[in-house]
Design a protein around this ligand. Structure first.
Ligand SMILES: [Zn+2]
Ligand SMILES: [Zn+2]
Ligand SMILES: [Zn+2]
Length: 270
């Protein structure tokens, strides 16, 4: 599963709101047509508030726009909400995954990329679904703000694997959540004894999502993972990343995890 952590964005935004920063282009008091507010396009005259956009580049905001509610996935002002109640900026809203057939296509691609880059793969069929926040939270026994859910079941003695992801996520957020859930699918098959250790299960899934974002050169999604401060996801991620060192394939990750957490019945030092 993957929970959102929008509060961290609010923290980042609060930091941005404090210091009004001197623009590189404009001198104080000197009107400049060079620098425009990234939201309202008004020419900025000397001071702006820096914010990171959907591609994680720093852009200027005027002081009025800087006071508007911000996007949940970048730092731009937000005009709209998704069906799930998430705030999006115009940039992030341009390319969201809202249709099941598109979600399936994207998930198949993410699964293929994990195999190509890290040799991380499972052979079984996975059913891909999208769901609204209410549906995802219901599956998560009432917990809040789930972005994705990996659901392995046994139906008439046959295993069935489903991954459900929140509808309306920007494409790169969706892909990162997809990589996280596929990491659970792999762990369930390769290291099932670790599935009941939340810090390692979620930390490893975050590590896979981070490695995936890194391989795609996606700084904003790398930071999205790095900024987490909670014990299970943030603490787990840092613990697993430190453990992995330079190891780059799923086989190496498995070997390292098995050394640290041997199977039950074998001698364990931990
Ligand atoms: Zn998870
Ligand atoms: Zn503005
Ligand atoms: Zn945004």
């Amino acid at each position: 599963m993957l929970k959102s952590f929008m509060f961290l964005f609010f923290a980042a935004i609060a930091v941005n709101l404090c210091p009004l920063r001197l623009s590189a282009q404009a001198k104080p008091g000197a009107a400049s047509s060079q620098t425009k507010c990234a939201h309202c396009q008004k020419a900025l005259t000397g001071y702006y508030v820096p914010a990171k956009n959907a591609t994680w580049k720093e852009v200027p905001l005027c002081s009025e726009c800087a006071m508007l509610p911000r996007c949940d996935y970048c730092q731009l002002p937000s005009d709209m909400k998704t069906d799930g109640g998430d705030r999006l900026c115009r940039d992030c809203a341009k390319d969201c995954i809202k249709v099941k057939s598109e979600a399936e296509k994207v998930m198949k691609d993410v699964r293929q990329v994990l195999n190509a880059k890290f040799k991380m793969t499972t052979k079984h069929k996975i059913i891909y679904e999208i769901g609204n926040r209410k549906e995802l939270n219901l599956e998560a026994d009432g917990e809040h703000n789930e972005l994705g859910w990996f659901d392995p079941k046994t139906i008439r003695n046959k295993p069935q694997y489903t991954i459900r992801i929140l509808t309306g996520l920007p494409r790169d957020v969706f892909r990162s959540v997809g990589a996280h859930e596929l990491a659970h699918d792999w762990m369930k098959e390769e290291l099932p004894h670790l599935m009941d250790k939340p810090e390692i299960r979620e930390g490893f899934a975050e590590f896979v999502a981070w490695s995936f974002s890194k391989s795609e050169g996606n700084k904003r999604m790398m930071e999205y993972t790095e900024r987490r401060t909670d014990d299970v996801y943030g603490g787990g991620f840092r613990k697993v990343r430190a453990m992995m060192g330079d190891a780059k394939t799923a086989a190496d990750w498995k070997r390292i995890l098995l050394k640290e957490f041997p199977l039950k019945g074998t001698k364990s030092g931990k």
